[in-house]
Design a protein around this ligand. Structure first.
Ligand code: BEZ
Length: 262
């Protein structure tokens, strides 16, 4: 689920902690598994899993009989994936620059494309990876994804006197992203923007863990030593809205789509 240099993964901060991601973020691949039903992989098809992270969905696609390759720009994610699934093929590669001389029947991508602000570069690479008639099946954060979390953290960052972070992620509307796809000869045949409040692993610690694993861009202007206090203040603001029965919920909105390479 990570893909590029400063515009991706944790932004300008350090790379991913693959072990923490694997241990605490199972909701990412749990929610992604019905995207595999939409992909409907067939035995023998060649499929690219773009931004495969630690490889759990790559494995699920392989279990349907497809010949799958997982790519991720983060070497620690790929090392983790190879260790867990040694029979599968994984490669360290940046989504925007990915090249292949054997185009795929399908590209699958879960929870990745919102990390890439240069959506045209990503779409061009997605199109290059597909044979004509091949399909892209993707899901990522859509317009107003995690808006409550972003607003609360922005408020507490400002109240603590640190600079604002603008547009930490790319969360397009359906119309905006359809235009991106069409510019790159990817014909959207189905798109939806779905509210999906997402239970975070970790009970009382759930939001803190989410911000620690994923929130590097939101907290980029806050010195490391001050982050704990900022996160506690964000928890206070978000608790009435996002904490229920011992569990934190992130206000996810997913843009889900199928597009055909023309
Ligand atoms: C998401 O999957 O929607 C997401 C994950 C991390 C940061 C922002 C959004």
């Amino acid at each position: 689920m990570t893909t590029g240099q400063t515009d991706q993964a944790q932004g300008d901060g350090p790379g991913w902690d693959a072990a923490a991601y694997d241990a605490h973020c199972a909701f990412v691949w749990a929610y992604g598994s019905d995207l595999i039903d939409l992909l409907a992989p067939r035995p023998g098809e060649r499929i690219l899993d773009l931004g495969c992270g630690t490889g759990h969905l790559t494995r699920a696609i392989a279990e349907r009989g497809a010949d799958v390759v997982g790519i991720d720009r983060d070497a620690s994610m790929i090392a983790h994936a190879r260790q867990q699934y040694p029979a599968l093929t994984f490669q360290v590669a940046d989504a925007r620059e990915f090249q292949t001389d054997q185009p795929f029947d399908a590209v699958f991508s879960n929870a990745v494309l919102h990390w890439i602000h240069d959506a045209d570069a990503a779409a061009a690479a997605l199109r290059r990876a597909l044979r004509p008639g091949g399909r892209l099946v993707a899901e990522f954060g859509g317009r107003r994804n995690v808006a409550a979390i972003v607003a609360a953290v922005a408020d507490v960052v400002a109240a603590a006197g640190y600079a604002a972070v603008r547009d930490p992620w790319y969360f397009p509307s359906i119309g905006e992203y359809a235009a991106v796809l069409e510019r790159h000869r990817l014909e959207p045949v189905w798109m939806a923007l779905l509210d999906r409040p997402t239970a975070l692993d970790g009970g009382e610690d759930g939001l803190r863990r989410w911000l620690t694993v994923f929130g590097g861009r939101l907290l980029a202007t806050v010195p490391e030593a001050a982050r704990g206090a900022v996160i506690r203040a964000a928890e206070d603001r978000l608790r009435p809205r996002c904490f229920r029965d011992g569990t934190w919920y992130a206000d996810y909105r997913r843009l889900r789509l199928v597009a055909i390479a023309r």
